[in-house]
Design a protein around this ligand. Structure first.
Ligand SMILES: Cc1cc2nc3c(=O)[nH]c(=O)nc-3n(C[C@H](O)[C@H](O)[C@H](O)COP(=O)(O)OP(=O)(O)OC[C@H]3O[C@@H](n4cnc5c(N)ncnc54)[C@H](O)[C@@H]3O)c2cc1C
Length: 236
């Protein structure tokens, strides 16, 4: 790790109290990862620091020379992440994890996401767009409000580059909101899922209650759980 530092080039403010760190490999070729995987991140003078935290890659896996990680303000480490100065060195231990479309071949993919759970999914979508993917993709994306819908502008752009439909749902919408309301459930999913839904692969990422509710909904729809992959951001 000492020989493979990643100076932070930029710290970008995103919607939903989230910050993107742009990392540039210094003196090495960067990291090869699969979209959806994560790495343990350390920031500061030395990779021997005690504190490290897991974060999904949010950038396209097609670019090793510019790696992005998007972090939501939450606790001790993450709540000051927006104050990190460009030039500070970061160290990555990874890639880790099997939550990736590359490990699960299917004729189409469905993503079920809440809040900051969008990070591994945006990496998959950016990568698929860079690969000029043609297969159908469906994203259910739940947030409290439209304002905090992280990456929403880019998702509009990705919908044009990919065969992607995004279903936004808000749990605390303004009155004029015309999209879906409330949590993702089987009724909502049934309105959008394609006919070949049984053949698709499903990727869930979000808070634990969302994961449980969505798995229950998929069972109600008779979808086989071996087609369902999920990533939990909780760790001990
Ligand atoms: C595989 C994986 C991938 C991940 N990818 C991402 C990602 O891409 N982006 C991202 O933002 N996160 C991601 N996470 C989560 C991220 O690792 C954690 O949010 C982060 O490490 C929390 O560190 P912290 O020191 O800021 O929080 P901590 O201070 O350790 O807090 C952790 C939890 O405790 C709660 N808490 C903190 N202080 C208090 C308090 N005083 N009272 C009560 N509760 C409190 C917080 O709300 C939080 O839920 C991922 C996690 C995993 C396991």
């Amino acid at each position: 790790m000492l020989r493979r530092p990643y100076p932070i080039e930029e710290v970008i403010k995103e919607r939903g109290k989230t910050w993107t760190l742009v990392l540039r490999p210094e003196g090495h070729t960067g990291m090869f990862f699969r979209p959806g995987q994560f790495a343990w991140l350390k920031i500061g003078k030395s990779p021997f620091a005690v504190r490290e935290h897991p974060f999904s890659f949010s950038s396209s896996a097609m670019r090793r020379d510019r790696i992005e990680i998007s972090i939501k303000e939450l606790g001790d480490f993450t709540s000051n992440i927006g104050e990190v100065s460009p030039g500070t060195r970061a160290y990555l231990d990874g890639p880790h994890g099997t939550f990736t479309v590359d490990r699960h071949k299917a004729p189409g993919y469905v993503f079920l996401v809440g809040g900051v759970g969008i990070t591994p999914i945006i990496s998959m979508l950016r990568t698929l767009a860079d690969r000029q993917e043609k297969r159908p993709l469906l994203l259910f994306y739940s947030n409290k409000t439209w304002e905090e819908m992280t990456f929403r502008e880019e998702l509009e752009d990705l919908s044009r580059r990919l065969n992607l439909q995004v279903v936004y749902t808000l749990t605390d919408p303004e009155e004029k909101w015309e999209g879906e309301r409330g949590r993702i459930d089987s009724k909502m999913m049934a309105r959008y899922l394609p006919e070949n839904r049984v053949e698709c692969e499903y990727f869930i990422c979000g808070p634990d209650p969302l994961q449980m509710a969505v798995k229950r909904a998929l069972e109600e729809l008779g979808l086989p759980l071996e087609k369902v992959q999920s990533e939990s951001f909780n760790y001990i």
